[in-house]
Design a binder for this molecule. Structure first.
Ligand code: URA
Length: 213
């Protein structure tokens, strides 16, 4: 069972409300998603390991701490997960980025992995898998399973903005608690008959990359 954190910081909740409003167009939605991702990243990286570095201040030498380059990988699930990458990279510019692509099979309606490219040293990294919506949890399951065929990261953080109780349960029962943590800004009521999160904010991919200005 994985652990779940709802990040209820007022600035995140404020931005989330604007994202939910139906008047919000793609440009603002993308910008808010980037900002929320950066703020969520601040919490997610709270336990990221630091290395000691000898530095020289204008006054004297000291041993100080820095995130060393090889600790973090950001892995968006295409396509909406891409919208969370820039904010996280603003926070941790040295992170490497992998990509997992999924499409929905028209007959079975199940997600199929068509692309999985990850940093070679994924075993040595903490990974943040991004998808703004954790709806049924099946895309996240398939994405994470594809990732795990390439290696076993030190820890996987699942970063989404909205989660449904069903999606959380699915990920929790599929992946072990000591290796997986789920982060979101809200656990919404549930899913509608089209498997959209309610109240949600609609199709995150279309909102990010659609033509609604
Ligand atoms: N994917 C979306 O983009 N929105 C939802 O509500 C559920 C899955």
């Amino acid at each position: 069972m994985s652990t779940v954190h709802v990040i209820d910081h007022p600035m995140i909740q404020h931005k989330l409300t604007i994202m939910r409003e139906q008047e919000t167009g793609s440009k603002d939605f993308r910008e808010l998603l980037k900002e929320i991702s950066l703020l969520m990243g601040y919490e997610i990286t709270r336990d990221i390991p630091l290395d000691d570095f000898e530095i020289e201040t204008p006054i004297c030498r000291m041993t100080a701490k820095k995130v060393s380059g090889r600790k973090l990988a950001i892995v968006p699930i295409l396509r909406a997960g891409l919208g969370m990458v820039e904010g996280l990279l603003t926070l941790v510019p040295v992170a490497k980025v992998g990509h997992i692509g999924l499409y929905r099979d028209e007959k079975t309606h199940t997600p199929v992995v068509y692309y999985c490219k990850l940093p070679e040293d994924i075993n040595q990294r903490m990974v943040i898998v991004t998808d703004p919506m954790l709806a049924t949890g099946i895309s996240m399951e398939m994405g994470m399973k594809a990732l795990l065929t390439k290696g076993t990261p030190k820890h996987i953080h699942v970063a989404c903005v909205l989660a449904s109780p069903e999606g959380i349960e699915h990920v929790k029962k599929t992946f072990p608690e000591d290796k997986t943590t789920i982060w979101c800004a809200s656990i919404d009521e549930g899913l509608n008959e089209h498997k959209y999160i309610i109240p949600g904010f609609g199709d995150a991919g279309d909102l990010c990359y659609g033509s609604k200005l």
